[in-house]
Structure formats: C-alpha cells, structure tokens
Design a binder for this molecule. Structure first.
Ligand SMILES: NC(=O)c1ccc[n+]([C@@H]2O[C@H](COP(=O)([O-])OP(=O)(O)OC[C@H]3O[C@@H](n4cnc5c(N)ncnc54)[C@H](OP(=O)(O)O)[C@@H]3O)[C@@H](O)[C@H]2O)c1
Length: 255
C-alpha cells in the first residue's frame, strides 16, 4: 500500500464527540481532509453546524448531532442517526470533556459525577454501542482523548485527573477485548493545547511555568492533534492497539 493510501480515510464514517470546537474541531477537520465523512456530536447546535459547514467545504459529507452526552438516554439515538444518514461508523473519537475546578476537600459529589459522566462514562457507553456495529463490519478504530493528567495528580482538578487516568486504563481493556474483531482502541494524551483556549491561565504564573517545563517551549495547537488522530484512524495503525500517544511537546518525559 502506498503511504498516501495508508492514511486515506475515503469512504469511512467518523464520529467526533465535542467536535464543534478546540481539539475536537481540529481532529474533525483533519479526518475530513483525509477523506472521512464526519459527524459532530455536542450540545451547542450552532457551533455544531458551523463546523459541519467547514467540513462540507472540504468535500465530505458531514452531520451535526445535537446531544448531551452526559444524558445516557440520548446515546443510542446518536448511533442510529449517524448510521442512517452517513452509514456504518468506522471511527469513533471520544473527545468531549469538561473540567471542574475543586480540590478533594471542597468538590461536591454532583460535580464529581458530572466530570466522570462526561469524560469517562459517556465514552465507555458510546464505545459499547459503536463497537457492536464495528464488529459486524469486521473493522473499526476507537480513539479516546485522555490528558497529561492521566499521568499526574492535581490539587486543582482531581476529578478530571481521575477521569483521564481511567480513560487510559479503559483504552487498554477495550483494546484487549476488541482486537480479535479487528477493532483497534488507542488514546491520545494531549499536553497544553492552544493558548487562546486557555486564555484565563495566560495571566497566571502557571502559563510561564508550563512553557518553561515543556521541552518544545510552547503550547500545541488543535491542528497539531489532527495528524495523530488520522494515523490512529487509518490502516497505518492496524497493528497498534491499547497505546497512549503523548501529544505534548515532551512535557510528560521531563522531570
Ligand atoms: N486543551 C487542552 O490543553 C487539553 C489538554 C489535555 C486534554 N484535553 C482534552 O481534550 C478534549 C477536548 O478539549 P478542548 O480543550 O478542545 O475543550 P473544549 O474546547 O472545551 O471542548 C470541549 C468539547 O466537548 C463538548 N462537550 C462538553 N460536554 C459535553 C456534553 N455533556 N455533551 C456533549 N458534548 C460535550 C463541548 O461542546 P458543547 O459545549 O457544545 O457540548 C466541546 O465541543 C477534552 O476531553 C479535554 O479533556 C484538552
């Protein structure tokens, strides 16, 4: 297979949760550039439709699916709608995520649940539904978006850190179980991405600290997340499963 064909996603159908902004948008545009039809699944329908317009401008079919992933009852209809309008789902990117500030001593149970439901449970339940369809097709790619904080604890966002650590472990278990069906499951752990998105921390000492600590000496961009996602969605990664790729300018490997 030529290297161009290895990364070609023509004829594939991808779902990107949280694809209407930030990293999810960067990944959705990348998958479309490689030829995939893309469904954008998130709550804000105006933002969903805006990104669908950008995807269609790249010449691929695209679909906006307004969904609150923290509401479990909405998940089956996401799969049904995408498969009815775009075709069987071959690629699932579990990217939607939230952060709630609050240390162990003050975080409410409701906030803990909200973070775990969005960042971990929704991805698990959606993967379960989509994996059944992928098994019938005899192939599939699931990409879970974790975080640097899967590796590190945090006094600011312990719920987020716990959810992302669990995403990495779940990725391994799903990879083991689904390998025999030719479904690969991998994770991407982004470091600090896009100074615009993290505008509030630009004013904090943390911002300079992160830059200093990152061997690459800068934040990443959502566009830079696309290449790793295309790789993990394509034939190029057919023998890669259960892996977590750190997309962080070297942050995780520097003491
Ligand atoms: N930016 C970073 O530096 C960084 C670093 C490491 C990991 N990450 C991870 O990367 C992923 C994307 O982060 P980002 O920085 O791009 O964040 P973002 O710009 O805030 O995007 C989050 C996305 O998730 C969607 N979302 C949130 N809750 C949802 C829900 N209940 N149902 C459906 N969609 C929901 C949002 O859309 P709606 O609001 O319209 O629903 C939005 O599209 C997250 O999993 C995050 O943890 C980010």
């Amino acid at each position: 297979m030529s290297s161009k064909n290895l990364f070609d996603l023509s004829g594939r159908v991808a779902v990107v949760t949280g694809g209407n902004g930030g990293i999810g948008r960067g990944i959705a545009l990348g998958l479309a550039q490689a030829g995939a039809a893309v469904a954008v699944v998130a709550r804000n329908d105006d933002k969903n439709r805006r990104v669908v317009g950008e995807l269609e401008a790249r010449g691929v079919p695209a679909l906006a699916v307004k969904t609150d992933l923290a509401d479990r009852s909405q998940l089956p209809s996401v799969v049904q709608e995408v498969e009815k309008k775009l075709g069987p789902i071959n690629i699932l990117v579990n990217n939607a995520g939230i952060v709630v500030l609050g240390g162990v001593l003050e975080l409410s149970a409701a906030d803990w649940d909200r973070v775990l439901e969005t960042n971990l449970n929704a991805g698990f339940l959606l993967s379960q539904l989509v994996a059944r369809s992928m098994i019938q097709q005899g192939r599939g790619k699931i990409i879970n978006i974790a975080s640097e904080l899967a590796l590190f604890g945090s006094g600011l966002v312990p719920s987020y850190s716990a959810s992302k650590g669990a995403v990495v472990q779940l990725t391994k278990s799903m990879a083991i179980e689904l390998a025999k069906f030719n479904v690969q499951v991998n994770a991407i752990a982004p470091g600090f991405i896009d100074p615009d998105m993290v505008a509030p921390i630009k004013e904090m000492p943390l911002y300079e600290d992160v830059i200093k600590r990152t061997p690459a000496g800068r934040f990443g961009t959502p566009e830079e997340c696309a290449g790793t996602a295309i790789y993990l969605a394509s034939h190029a990664s057919d023998f890669v499963t259960g892996a977590t790729i750190y997309l962080d300018g070297g942050f995780a490997v520097q003491l």
